[in-house]
Ligand binder design. Structure first.
Ligand code: GFB
Length: 308
């Protein structure tokens, strides 16, 4: 992939896409192309077709998706399945028909069965029922993986599907209703500290375990996989360590310097009990995450204070 290669990053304003864009720019890639969602609605097939004909990129990264935390997934099932099916189908098909060299599709670890053995190996894909709260999103992402595999088998199209664990970092969504847990808790503890509130409420039981990958590490691995991974099989992208939501809450409170108490709201869903990735495949290719959870939370909190 030379520095002048024309690379289209779909979803360049989101958490994942913006970090990939920044990493590519830092690495000297000088022919990146983007469209905001108001300039190009990826759910509209004819518009996606015209864009590909006009721009004719050489590489495509699909970081565009309707995403959100457990509450957003649970509240907007139709949007999560329908928008994602349309976006990925339109982009993968147009990319193939315009003869691009390589496409990288971002999936999610929620594609794995809810009661998966842990840590989750890639081979556990499609071996059991999904978690209820995000099954709509998961089914769309599963279809995206299968699209990549089908276009590779039938047409020899170099499409790879990468399964990131829960991502976090600067540029995340901090909306308390729709965000993921980590940005939500940063905001909750920050506001409670500023307003001198005696307690912060964390959703669910605090018992589920989650794995968190800092967005800059994620951007690094995407660049690495663009250069070094050309296989039909999916590949996990994570750190290989997880933490309970209760311990995450204590860690965030500590980084922020919040001294009040933490309570739990059992009326909100826990979601999947655990989804720890097995990252042996990624490690065997020679890549490992470098940012500790505490450092990543600190950097994210600094960004939050400056930007919001
Ligand atoms: O990050 P999160 O929303 O999504 O929630 P998932 C993770 C855990 O944190 C759940 C708990 O057990 C939540 O109940 N939690 C505690 C909170 N307090 C909060 C809070 O204030 N906000 C939020 N959002 N959670 C998502 C999927 O699952 O993971 C997506 O729904 C995607 O489809 C994404 O796969 C990576 O980790 O449960």
């Amino acid at each position: 992939m030379d520095a002048g290669a024309k690379i289209y990053i779909a979803g360049h304003n989101g958490l994942a896409g913006s970090a990939i864009k920044q990493k590519m720019e830092e690495n000297g890639y000088n022919n990146l192309i983007f469209r905001t969602s108001s300039e190009l609605d990826l759910r509209v097939q004819k518009d996606v077709d015209s864009f590909f004909k006009e721009e004719n990129p050489e590489y495509v990264i699909i970081a565009a998706a309707r995403v959100g935390g457990i509450n957003a997934n649970n509240s907007f099932p139709a949007d999560f399945i329908s928008d994602n099916l349309k976006i990925q189908t339109n982009v993968i098909d147009a990319a193939y028909r315009n003869g691009i060299s390589k496409l990288l599709f971002l999936g999610s670890t929620c594609i794995y069965p809810r009661e998966c053995p842990q840590p989750i190996k890639e081979e556990y894909f499609l071996t059991g029922p999904l978690e209820e709260t995000n099954q709509w999103y998961a089914v769309a992402k599963i279809a995206g993986i299968k699209l990549c595999q089908a276009y590779r088998r039938q047409y020899g199209f170099n499409a790879v599907a990468v399964m990131p664990t829960n991502l976090y970092g600067p540029n995340d969504n901090f909306d308390l209703k729709t965000s993921h847990v980590l940005p939500a808790l940063i905001r909750k503890f920050h506001e409670a500290k500023v307003d001198d509130r005696p307690e912060v409420t964390v959703w669910g039981s605090g018992k589920p375990r989650r794995e968190f990958l800092y967005i800059e590490d994620f951007a690094n691995v995407i660049l690495f996989l663009l250069k070094h991974y050309d296989d039909e099989e999916i590949i996990n992208v994570g750190v290989g360590e997880d933490i309970t939501i209760a311990d995450l809450a204590s860690l965030i409170a500590d980084v922020i310097g919040y001294k009040g108490s933490i309570t739990y709201d059992p009326g909100m869903p826990d979601g999947t009990p655990r989804k720890l990735t097995d990252v042996s495949k990624l490690h065997s290719l020679g890549w490992q995450a470098g940012t500790s959870l505490r450092d990543g939370i600190s950097k994210t909190y600094n960004w939050y204070q400056t930007n919001l």
